[in-house]
Write a protein that binds this ligand. Sequence first.
Ligand code: PLP
Length: 438
Amino acid sequence: LDDLIDLDDLARRLDHEHVFHSWSAQAQSPQLVVASGRGSRVWDHSGREYLDFSSQLVNVNIGHQHPAVVSAIREQAELLTTIAPSTVNLARGEAAKRIVDRAPDGFRRVFFTNGGADANENAIRMARLHTGRDKVLSTYRSYHGNTGAAVVSTGDWRRIPNEFARGHVHFFGPYLYRSEFWATTPEQESERALQHLRRVIEAEGPSSIAAVLLESIPGTAGILLPPPGYLAGVRELCDRHGILLILDEVMAGFGRTGRWFAFDGYDVRPDLITFAKGVNSGYIPAGGVIISDPVAETFDERVFPGGLTYSGHPLAMASIVATLDAMASEGIVENARAIGETAIGPALAGLAEKHDVIGEVRGEGVFWAMELVADRETREPLAAAAMGRLKGAMVERGLLPFVQDNRIHVVPPCVVTADEVAEAVAVYDEVLSTVGEN
Ligand code: PLP
């Protein structure tokens, strides 16, 4: 029957007629069909292969269809597919234990959610209830998810049509390549960004601020590695004023940087950690908040006014346990680090030497960005039309890229091999050579 019906065509027709897509004008339907996957590769129904250097939405850290995770989901499905959050379930406890074991000392509890947005939503609620304060400070260059407080905490354009929650204030974080602070060195950028935040806190009234919410490394905004001393400086400002620090590790966490948490590479300890994506590579929707003891203790005798039908869903929990075990036993986080240092970093530096259109390359692990510019001197971003052509050319050559604004994010699964990196880099090289031809 499969020979008689073109399944790719059928999938497209059903999608275009009946599916309403995220963040899109619906007349512009997606064309790419993905039917199956394995490791760093996916296929459509006709067998056309793509190398996935997007990890979808930067979430498939363990690669597609890891057999141990698929088996764990299958086994859990045979045993119990769903259960109310108010019950005790072994898979839930096992998942929580594995997560807190990766967190710093003083984190013993996890509140499970369905994804990253509701993780941030609940972390913000905890911070407000714990401090008795209202405002949440976050950066303009950020994405924190698509629910009430999370989308208004978000800095990018997605906040603006959705600004219906109160108590949110934005500030500029460090980004040396496009400094808001006229800085020319990482040290200057760090110091001036901290001075700016200090002034925002003072002007907003420190005693009205519940939390500063930051992506440890802003991801969608451009993989903006914080300069030396910045995160420690934010921690210091928070401590001075009794403000909680929430670090959003939804994209950067669970191996992407070559560390379990991105903030492990910096001298900082948050009060709340939010996660999703890489914790189980999205095989079943899941996320959560890792809660430091003082915040958790606030709710020892006082009711936490929040919950979800699927908080700690058994299929999600079984997939977390299997994912974290496989990542540890197969050295997947170490692979991400080594591949970043020995393959991706040097290869992208090579591309930057060859192609003037690359203004900057930055990143670590399997979390990199190539910033494309029309002019290296002025740093004018490469135009959207040119970015669209590059994206089309990469997909045509069998590479799934992650293209955001004027950047190509190089974000393969943590299991990617050096040969796969070379394959992707050859495609980047070829398509970057065509810039300016149109
Ligand atoms: N936080 C960060 C840093 C993210 O990158 C994302 C999603 O891209 C989210 C939160 C929202 O996660 P979700 O889409 O699972 O709600």
